[in-house]
Every structure is written in C-alpha cells, then in structure tokens.
Design a protein around this ligand. Structure first.
Ligand SMILES: *Cc1c(COP(=O)(O)O)cnc(C)c1O
Length: 245
C-alpha cells in the first residue's frame, strides 16, 4: 500500500513536471511521517523514500534512533518541517539535515551556536507566511531581506532557500497565488551576491496542492497523506492536466 502510494505520488510529480517542461529530477519528495510508526517509515524507505519529514522533535528523535531504520542501511535525510522552538534547537541540530522553518533571528542565532558546538554547518530554509491565515509561524515576505542578511553572517548556517505552507483551500488552484509569491520572492534575491548560489530550494506543496506547487516552481514537496493514507487520487492524477484558471 505505502509502496504503491509512493509510486503514484512519484508519477503525479512526473506528470506535473511534464506539463510545465520541468525535469522530475529537480523535485525532492519529502515523505512527511508525523504520526506514522517506524514500520510505516521503513516501508516508505523500502519503496525509495530518501527524505523523511517530521514536525516534532521528540517524535523525530525516537524514529531517528530506531533500529529498523538504522539497519536498513539506506541514506535517509531528515527534515524538520514543523515550527522549531529555541529550547529544542540543540536536539534538532543533532539529527536534521535540513530545517525548513527558520522564522526569527533568535532561532537562527541559537542554531548557529548549537551547530558550531558539533562542527556542523546546518542547512536551513526561511519559512515565509505567504497568506495571513495559513499558519502562525513564518515571516512576512517583506521581512525576508533583513533575515537573509543577518543569517549571511553566521558561519554554521547555510541558507538554502524558502518554505511556505499554503492555506487550506477546497481547490488546489486557489493555492497557486501563494506558491507564486514564494517563487517571486526567491527570484527577487537572485541578484544578491551572498544568496545567489545558495538558495535553490523552494519547499512548497503538500498532498492537496503539490502539483500546482510544482507548476509554480517547487523544488521540494512535503507529502504525508498521499503516501500514508489510502487517499483517493483526484482527477488530476497521472496524465490528466489540471485545468488552468
Ligand atoms: C503534515 C505536514 C505536511 C504534509 O501534509 P499532507 O497534507 O499530509 O501531505 C507538509 N508540511 C508540513 C509543514 C506538515 O506539517
């Protein structure tokens, strides 16, 4: 079931890429495993999942240290996709390859400090609040420039791009403007010397809206339910075009 779902998601990613003439190899699929057990994660890994996303530190630590995953000898990359509290940074830096949710200077300072202690350069994304109602976390697009500049001074943080969570909408097309805001934000920094080569990642798109996100330039999609629940795929699955509005 999980293996089949994983394959279907990959096919849908490929179909979305084909519509906008992108190479599916540009898209990293993060399997979001919050609330899923180690056995379920192991099934996803067996199906080819490399990138695993969690949103709570305690839960992630348990899974990170779980034997069944360790003995699979697969090169798992761990992603922190949820909001990160300053007092959990030490543990987060210890296990995550990419933290998607930097939304304050205070958090960045702590990440830099904890990463320095273990000689790590921590890859991070800045979380942008592209819609007022979607989440409490994230900074406004107009605040990004200042935070990017500040982060550029930290030796133990590597800024890799941006993340956003689109609001819950009944039709994925309605999420499109929020993804566009994120892509345009990234493009607006492409001339900035210290940011240019380091910011290729746009983490956007979840089960309900990842195809639209890919059409708008996502390079990383975070998908939980389509992989782990028996969700029925909508009409926009493999081969059928999403009607453009
Ligand atoms: C849960 C979660 C996802 C995955 O959501 P699905 O709708 O299950 O695909 C992606 N991103 C974040 C930040 C999440 O918390």
């Amino acid at each position: 079931m999980i293996g089949e779902n994983f394959e279907k998601v990959k096919a849908r990613i490929a179909a979305a890429c084909a519509r906008v003439k992108r190479d599916p190899a540009e898209i990293t699929l993060v399997a979001v495993t919050k609330g899923r057990n180690v056995d379920e994660i192991a099934q996803a890994v067996a199906a080819g999942a490399i990138d695993i996303g969690e949103n709570m530190i305690q839960e992630a630590l348990v899974k990170f240290n779980a034997k069944p995953l360790a003995i699979s000898h697969k090169p798992i990359k761990w992603h922190m996709v949820g909001h990160l509290q300053t007092n959990k940074v030490k543990e987060a830096v210890g296990i995550f390859d990419l933290i998607h949710s930097i939304d304050s200077l205070r958090l960045a300072i702590e990440i830099d400090k904890q990463a320095a202690k273990i000689n790590k350069i921590q890859d991070v994304l800045i979380e942008i609040k592209t819609s007022p109602e979607a989440t409490k976390s994230g900074i406004l697009p107009q605040e990004a420039g200042k935070l990017i500049e500040e982060i550029a001074h930290f030796k133990n943080i590597a800024l890799k791009g941006f993340m956003t969570i689109a609001p819950l909408v009944d039709d994925p097309e309605k999420a499109r403007p929020y993804f566009r805001i994120l892509r345009e934000l990234k493009d607006s920094f492409s001339h900035v010397q210290y940011a240019i080569s380091h910011m290729p990642i746009l983490s956007m798109g979840m089960t309900d809206d990842f195809e639209v996100a890919i059409e708008e330039g996502a390079t990383m999609v975070r998908i939980g339910r389509a992989i782990f629940e028996g969700v029925s795929l909508r009409a926009n699955e493999v081969g059928e075009a999403i009607p453009k509005t």
